[in-house]
Design a protein around this ligand. Structure first.
Ligand code: DQA
Length: 175
């Protein structure tokens, strides 16, 4: 588990090629929960053929056009996701979050979202409302600022645009 923890504390800066010095001060976190590391291979009829790295690139390209950098983190472990959300609370302007199966079970992730100030947009690749009834309940959605569901991986792009709009609105109000 040590490796996981190291990964967490560092988060995963590989999106920016490790080029931290060139990062602007405007950071978004992209946080993906359990089994999303298997995107592309996992139930492609439900989740499509794109891989997680394609999703990261999509979010990165969308965010970069608007002047934001992206830090990506994926974990299969609930506590690591909580730690990452807390870290994002300190340094991110906003979070795009797919809590995956923890959506339907995790009070800890819900509490982490409630504990931080930056806006959080929840994403689900599949239309969870068309699936098994246990997927209809989200512990996390009520404490998020928005939810994008059922648009496939393009939902991540839509969430990024919506999140940035929300952030910029907030900035404009405070100016
Ligand atoms: C998911 C939907 C969840 O119900 C499921 O457990 C996932 C992926 C989605 O993106 O559609 O792992 O969050």
């Amino acid at each position: 588990m040590r490796a996981e923890y190291d990964k967490l504390t560092e988060c995963d800066y590989s999106v920016n090629g490790g080029d931290f010095l060139n990062m602007t001060s405007k950071k978004l976190y992209l946080v993906n929960g359990p089994n999303l590391n298997l995107l592309g291979k996992r139930e492609p009829d439900t989740y499509g053929k794109s891989r997680l790295e394609d999703v990261v690139r999509l979010v990165q390209n969308t965010a970069e056009e608007k002047g934001y950098d992206v830090i990506h983190f994926q974990s299969n472990h609930e506590g690591d996701l909580v730690d990452c959300i807390q870290k994002a609370g300190e340094e991110a302007e906003g979070i795009i979050l797919n809590p995956a199966a923890y959506t339907h079970t995790s009070v800890a992730i819900r509490d982490a979202i409630s504990a931080i100030a930056p806006p959080v947009i929840e994403v689900h690749i599949s239309n969870v409302h068309r699936r098994e009834s246990f997927r209809h309940q989200s512990f996390t959605a009520p404490v998020c600022d928005g939810q994008v569901v059922g648009f496939g991986v393009d939902g991540y792009r839509l969430a990024t645009l919506g999140l940035i709009e929300r952030i910029e609105e907030g900035r404009n109000k405070n100016e």
